[in-house]
Design a protein around this ligand. Structure first.
Ligand code: GDP
Ligand code: MN
Length: 318
């Protein structure tokens, strides 16, 4: 009951940072954000909207991850904006560095030759994409949770979310949910599909019967059509990502080296995995969750949904 919650907060004499609300949620779930300290204000903006539009009613906790230790000042600044529990984790070096089988020289050559491609020159972006593809859900702070909702600095949540998406996932047997889908830049993933086809041949037992191959391929799996779910928004079942099927897929990709020798993004990796390893009805589009990540929107146009939003449906990507 939200009114009891307010009473408790007002009566409390604790300083704001230590006034923690009793969680009002039903599902074992968490928000997760990967960020650097320079992202503080973008992170505050995103969390403020998540709280105002949704989480002040539920009190789901947050996990923040970084490959560098967060300062106490940074943690305090974030904790000050929500009563929900916030945990700050350091990424273990082995999850944010070159695996032994990768040639750093070849990786450096690849970055040089990809200067004209978005983030093609960047080493940190590659570590980030590999981390988001294979490791964040294994972080010790993430292990206690079944579901996660990925957020990023600077994103906008433009509609009231007056239901619990985590509970929806749980009750409807959904494993992976998105708000925006689009096409990947082909030059970032020249060999991703061939590597995936090898995986399918080697491990046919992991391919779901009622899969969504039709979403990612227009020719029955011969080629990838570059469609993917935009993974900067994701609500998903972390237990699936920790499963043998997903783990084998990630390991197979990681061995092939494309995170470093090309610039494989976590969005096509998660999307292809979801399309092949899950049954179609485990994937869900949250059309009612108004969302913006530069430069694309998901803004529901239906009048009854618009009434809860501050976004312009004419700016929709589709
Ligand atoms: P884009 O959306 O593809 O343009 O990539 P972003 O710059 O938004 O990065 C995706 C996510 O990874 C965001 O949550 C960033 O805060 C985070 N991120 C990107 N690079 C780094 C990095 O080097 N270190 C950390 N800790 N987070 C990063
Ligand atoms: Mn982003």
């Amino acid at each position: 009951d939200p009114s009891t919650f307010l009473d408790t907060q007002e009566r409390s004499s604790l300083p704001p940072n230590t006034q923690r609300s009793e969680p009002k949620h039903k599902v074992n779930a968490v928000f997760v954000m990967l960020l650097r300290e320079k992202d503080l204000y973008g992170a505050k903006e995103a969390i403020r909207q998540i709280e105002d539009r949704f989480n002040h009613r539920y009190g789901y906790p947050y996990v923040f991850l970084n490959e560098k230790p967060f300062s106490e000042m940074f943690k305090d600044s974030l904790r000050a904006i929500s009563k929900s529990e916030m945990k700050f984790g350091l990424i273990p070096t082995e999850h944010w560095s070159y695996p032994s089988w990768i040639s750093k020289e070849r990786a450096a050559e690849a970055r040089k030759s990809m200067k004209k491609i978005i983030y093609g020159w960047s080493q940190s972006y590659r570590h980030m994409c590999r981390y988001q593809s294979g490791f964040f859900f294994q972080h010790e702070l993430m292990l206690p949770y079944d579901y996660y909702w990925r957020i990023e600095p600077d994103v906008r949540y433009s509609c009231d979310i007056d239901f619990d998406p985590f509970l929806f996932m749980h009750e409807n047997n959904k494993t992976y949910a998105f708000t925006v889908s689009l096409k990947e830049y082909p030059l970032t993933i020249p060999t991703l599909w061939n590597t995936t086809k090898e995986f399918m041949e080697k491990y046919p037992q992991y391919i779901a019967k009622n899969n969504a191959l039709g979403f990612i391929s227009n020719d029955g799996g011969e080629s990838y059509n570059y469609c993917h779910f935009w993974s900067n928004f994701e609500i998903a079942d972390a237990r699936w990502m920790r499963s043998e099927a997903y783990q084998k897929y990630f390991e197979h990709l990681d061995q092939a080296g494309g995170f470093f020798y090309e610039r494989w993004g976590d969005a096509p990796v998660h999307s292809i995995a979801a399309a092949l390893l899950l049954s179609r009805d485990q994937i869900h589009f949250f059309r009612e969750i108004g969302y913006f990540h530069n430069p694309f929107h998901n803004c529901p146009a239906e009048p009854e949904l618009q009434a809860k939003c501050h976004c312009d449906p004419d700016l929709n990507i589709m």
